[in-house]
Design a protein around this ligand. Sequence first.
Ligand SMILES: [Zn+2]
Length: 203
Amino acid sequence: MPLFKGLGVPMDKEKIIMHVRGILEAIGEDPDREGLRDTPARVAGMYQEVFASIHLSNEEIARQLDVTFVDELELEEMHEDLVLMKDIGFFSYCEHHIALMYNMKATVAYVPKSKVIGLSKVARAVDMVGKRLQLQERIGSDIAHVLSLILDTEDVAVVVEAEHSCMTTRGIRKPGTRTLTTTFRGRFKTDPDLKNKFYALYK
Ligand SMILES: [Zn+2]
């Protein structure tokens, strides 16, 4: 799964407004009726928020979050230990339909090498990766990439669970269908004991 490359350009709010108005016309609506008059501007404002990371690369996200704390005394003991953060809630939009992916949860684990990171920073990384047009598989690999850059370790595991509104509200229409994707890197890929330990904690 190729990683996301940031575009480096800010969003064009006026262009979004113009095109949302065009979509309203194209679906047979009257963009000037009272309920819709402010909709293009509202959608543009929402896009600025929910797609706030489109212009950022994974490296830039890692740089923004790179505040780690290391406790020299504890680090020796924790060296072989697994750090796992479970059920971090977030959302994203699928790039195939620009449709919401919801009830999303990420579980993240790593083996600390020289750095550890607080839950709020991990949650922030997950949140930022979600604020792009995404694929569920790429969300997992992007989160793993950002964390491996911040933590300076390849030993990272990410499980993402989600419901996709493009599947639950249209097409096959199976509400409640959850998609689960896993990303295992470094020793999580090569060491079955570590992987088993992860699954035991994940359950
Ligand atoms: Zn979709």
